[in-house]
Design a protein around this ligand. Structure first.
Ligand SMILES: [Zn+2]
Length: 214
């Protein structure tokens, strides 16, 4: 067998594991972490199921989040309801293009990219798809990067409500889709959080795809 100087050794192979709470490297045979007493598992295969369940629920909730009204506006006794799409269309019509772009990115683009990215990531681990190491790593970094922008949604909602309430004599309140939308954001965050990333590293170490890297 040809030896490769760049080949890394998995902790699993030399009987070591890392505590998920405090990151202490411990012997894989110990049941609990000696520093913080967290239960140790070499690989959490159940995390895939949990992540899939959260992701599928988030994808289903994306439908009511877009179909039902997200805001209820009361203007001099007249009540109007807006969905995400009609809200964006309304902002474009009233020449508030920058806010419309932020709203589109935060409410449609970011959640959708996050769901697509996580689906590819989970499919690659669960079904061992023939995706090269390089592409898997790019996908992983994209999901990580998008994750940082999750708070943008909350920022946009507060910004929109502030603009609406200050600009005119209007009263803006969240409508049914707001709950579904908040759950989409929360569930996609949790789906990315629960997954044991070591399962991806295992796949990257074992999959021989040197032909795709050349
Ligand atoms: Zn620990």
């Amino acid at each position: 067998m040809k030896s490769n100087p760049n080949e890394s050794t998995l902790g699993k192979q030399i009987g070591l594991t890392c505590c998920p709470t405090c990151n202490k490297v411990t012997c894989a045979e110990s049941a609990c972490c000696s520093r913080c007493d967290t239960k140790l598992v070499i690989r959490d295969y159940g995390s895939l199921q949990k992540s899939w369940a959260l992701l599928i629920t988030a994808a289903i909730l994306l439908i009511p989040a877009n179909l039902y009204p997200i805001t209820t506006l009361t203007n001099q006794g007249q009540v109007t309801q807006d969905t995400i799409f009609s809200g964006i269309a309304h902002l474009v019509k009233t020449d508030m293009i920058p806010i419309a772009i932020i709203l589109f990115t935060a409410s449609i683009l970011v959640p959708l990219l996050k769901i697509i990215g996580l689906t590819i990531y989970l499919t690659a681990i669960s079904f061992k798809l023939p995706i090269s190491k390089k592409n898997l790593m790019i996908g992983f970094h994209i999901i990580e990067w998008i994750g940082r922008w999750s708070m943008l949604d909350l920022f946009v909602i507060s910004l929109t409500v502030a603009v609406v309430n200050m600009g005119q004599l209007l009263d803006a309140k969240p409508a049914p889709a707001a709950t579904a939308f908040a759950l989409v954001i929360l569930l996609t965050q949790l789906a990315a959080k629960v997954i044991d990333t070591r399962l991806l590293w295992d796949r990257l170490e074992t999959k021989n795809d040197s032909s795709t890297n050349t």
